[in-house]
Design a protein around this ligand. Structure first.
Ligand SMILES: [Zn+2]
Length: 562
C-alpha cells in the first residue's frame, strides 16, 4: 500500500515526485517509509544542493535559514555577499529542521488512521490529509513564503493561503516536499513551472527527467558557483523540448505506446520572490497534448529544431501559441528557411487549431492549381507565381485579387464551387457585413512553398458557410437574364464584366431590384442583411465575388463556355 498519495497541489506534488525519483522509484505506490527516511537522511546533501540552485531562491525567497544573511554571515553585504561554505550556521539550522520535519512526517504516517477526525488538530491546508505541523512554531517560526511558496506573510500580503489573517497551516510532509521542489524545477517564461498531468505517472516521469539533469549539472558545477535552473532565460522553449523528449523516451522504451485517453496537462507557473509573487496557468488540453505526442513520435527532430530557433519573445513561441490556440509563424516559410513539413503543419492545424483536414486539402489543391496555371502561362504569370511564393505575398491586396481571379477561372472550368470556397473561407461571424476569415490564403501560401503538393481535389461537402441568399440571388439573376437576354448576354455583360472589374455595387443593386419586381423575398431588409455594414453603408466586395463564383458555375452547367 502506498504510504503517500498525490495531494493535488502542483508544488507539493512536484517536490514529492523528486523524492520518489531520488529513491530510484518510478511510482508513488512503490515509495516506502524506508525510502522516505533514506531520501531525507540527515538533510545535508539536500541543503548543499539547494544552496547551489538558483531555483531555491525562486521557490522560497531569500529568508530561508539556508540563505538568510542573519544566519549566514558571509552573505552580508559587507562580506561581499558570496556564500562561504564554512559559514554553515544556517545550513546546520536548516538540516536540523529538515530532520525534525522528517521525523514528524514519519510519525504522522504511522498515526494517520488514528488522527482522522481527532479534535484539536488542524488539517494541512495544502493536502487536506495530515495534521498541520508544529515543528516550526516550536522554534517560534511562522510558515510564510520562506517555507511555502505564495503562503503570504502576516500583515503584508494575502496570497493563495489565508495567511493575511494568520499563519498558514501546512503539514510536515508538504513542507518537506517543497524543499525538494528546486531539484525538479524548470523555468517557463521566468517562472517556476510545475507540470501536472491528469495521468500522474507522466508527471512522475517528467519530474524524474528534470531531477536527473539537475543532479548531473550540479556534479559538473564548481563549488561555490550557482546553477541556473533548466530553461532559465529561454522563454518557453526548453520546457517544450523537455516535454517532447519525455514523450519520445516513453515511446521508444515502449513503456507507453499511446497517450492515455483523455490525458491533459496543466502547467502551473509561479514566482515567489521579490515584491510581486504571482501565479499563472497554461492549460494543454488533450488535443494539443495529442499533437505534441504525435509530433514527438513522427517529427521530433523537426519540431525541436524549429523550437530551438524560436525568437526570445514568448508571444511567438510554440508553447504560447498552443496556449492561445493561434497560428504558429515558425511553420511558415521565412527568409532563407523552408516551411515545416506538411505532416507537422497539418497535425498542428487539426489537433490544436481544430481545422478540418478537408479545409487544408482544399488549400493544398488550390496551391496546386495556382502553380500549374501560372507556371505554364506567360512571362507575367511566371513572375506572379514567384511573387505568390515569396514571403507574405498573401498580405498584398493586389496579389489577393489575382488569386481570386484564378478561383473564378476554376469555377468557370467547373472545378471549383461556392461551397468549396466557403469551406476554406467561411464567413466571419463577428461582423454584420459579409466578410471572410482569410486564413486560407496563408495556408495556400504554405502549400505553394512545397514541391510535392496534392493534385487531387478532396470531396467537397454540400455545406455552405456563407449567406444562403447569395446562392439564391445568383440563381434567380441567372434565370432572369437567360430568359430575357440569353447566354451571350450573361457571358459578356456579367462574367466578362466581372473579369474586367467592371461590376459595381450599383449593378448588384440593379439586379436585386429587377428580381424584387417579379419575386418574393427581395426586400429592403434582405438587401440590408446581405450588403450593408453596421452603419448602413453598402459593403459588397465579398458578396460580389461569391455571386461571381456561383454565376460562373451556373453558366457552365447551362452549357455555356468554350
Ligand atoms: Zn499537507
Amino acid at each position: 500500500m502506498a504510504i503517500l498519495n498525490w495531494t493535488g497541489n502542483p508544488l507539493v506534488d512536484t517536490g514529492l515526485a523528486v523524492m520518489i525519483a531520488r529513491a530510484g522509484k518510478e511510482k508513488i505506490e512503490d515509495f516506502t517509509a524506508d525510502d522516505f527516511n533514506n531520501v531525507v537522511s540527515d538533510g545535508i546533501w539536500l541543503a548543499k544542493a539547494n544552496r547551489q540552485l538558483k531555483a531555491f531562491a525562486m521557490v522560497v525567497g531569500i529568508n530561508s535559514p539556508l540563505t538568510n544573511p542573519s544566519l549566514n554571515s558571509s552573505l552580508r553585504k559587507k562580506n561581499g555577499g558570496k556564500l562561504d561554505p564554512r559559514d554553515d550556521e544556517g545550513l546546520k539550522q536548516y538540516c536540523k529542521l529538515l530532520i525534525e520535519l522528517k521525523e514528524s512526517a514519519l510519525k504522522d504516517l504511522k498515526e494517520e488512521s488514528a488522527l482522522k477526525g481527532k479534535s484539536g488538530k488542524f488539517l494541512c491546508e495544502s493536502c487536506g490529509e495530515r495534521p498541520a505541523t508544529e515543528v516550526l512554531s516550536k522554534y517560534k517560526k511562522r510558515i510564510g513564503r520562506d517555507w511555502f511558496p505564495l503562503a503570504g506573510s502576516i500583515g503584508s500580503d494575502a496570497q493563495t493561503l489565508p495567511a493575511a489573517s494568520r499563519t498558514a497551516r501546512i503539514c510536515s510532509q508538504c513542507l518537506l516536499s517543497i524543499q525538494f521542489l528546486p531539484l525538479g524545477s524548470i523555468i517557463v517564461g521566468g517562472k517556476i513551472a510545475c507540470f501536472q498531468y491528469t495521468y500522474m505517472e507522466l508527471t512522475q516521469l517528467f519530474v524524474k527527467k528534470i531531477y536527473k539533469e539537475t543532479i548531473n549539472n550540479l556534479q559538473l558545477l564548481k563549488s561555490g558557483d550557482k546553477l541556473p535552473a533548466i530553461g532559465q532565460g529561454k522563454g518557453t522553449k526548453i520546457a517544450l523540448i523537455e516535454l517532447i523528449d519525455t514523450m519520445y523516451e516513453l515511446q521508444s522504451n515502449k513503456r507507453i505506446y499511446e497517450l492515455p485517453q483523455f490525458t491533459s496537462l496543466n502547467i502551473w507557473l509561479f514566482s515567489n520572490s521579490g515584491q510581486e509573487p504571482d501565479s499563472d496557468l497554461i492549460e494543454i488540453p488533450n488535443d494539443a497534448l495529442t499533437f505534441l505526442w504525435n509530433a514527438a513520435m513522427l517529427r521530433r527532430e523537426e519540431i525541436e529544431k524549429l523550437v530551438m530557433k524560436e525568437s526570445k519573445k514568448i508571444d511567438f513561441q510554440l508553447l504560447e501559441c498552443i496556449k492561445r490556440k493561434s497560428e504558429y509563424a515558425g511553420f511558415y516559410p521565412q527568409k532563407e528557411t523552408k516551411p515545416a513539413s506538411k505532416e507537422l503543419f497539418e497535425l498542428y492545424h487539426t489537433k490544436v487549431l481544430g481545422n478540418s483536414s478537408s479545409k487544408l486539402k482544399i488549400a493544398e489543391w488550390l496551391a496546386y492549381q495556382i502553380k500549374t496555371k501560372l507556371s505554364t502561362g506567360n512571362k507575367n504569370d511566371n513572375k506572379l507565381l514567384s511573387k505568390l511564393i515569396k514571403e507574405a505575398a498573401y498580405k498584398d491586396k493586389e496579389l489577393l485579387a489575382k488569386i481570386k481571379g484564378i478561383f473564378a477561372e476554376l469555377a468557370e472550368e467547373g472545378l471549383f464551387s461556392l461551397e468549396d470556397y466557403s469551406l476554406l473561407f467561411p464567413r466571419e461571424t463577428e461582423t454584420k457585413q459579409i466578410r471572410i476569415k482569410n486564413d486560407g490564403f496563408k495556408w495556400i501560401w504554405f502549400y505553394l512553398n512545397h514541391e510535392n503538393i496534392n493534385d487531387k481535389k478532396p470531396e467537397g461537402g454540400d455545406n455552405l458557410f456563407t449567406h444562403p441568399l447569395i446562392k439564391a440571388f445568383a440563381k434567380d439573376t441567372f434565370d432572369y437574364y437567360q430568359k430575357e437576354k440569353g447566354m451571350k448576354y450573361i457571358e459578356k455583360k456579367i462574367l466578362d464584366a466581372f473579369k474586367k472589374g467592371e461590376i459595381t455595387t450599383s449593378d448588384l443593386q440593379r439586379w436585386f431590384i429587377n428580381l424584387a419586381k417579379i419575386k418574393e423575398g427581395y426586400t429592403n431588409e434582405k438587401w440590408d442583411d446581405l450588403c450593408r455594414d453596421d452603419n448602413g453603408n453598402n459593403m459588397t466586395n465579398e458578396v460580389r465575388f461569391q455571386f461571381r463564383l456561383e454565376m460562373a458555375n451556373l453558366y457552365r452547367l447551362a452549357g455555356g463556355g468554350k
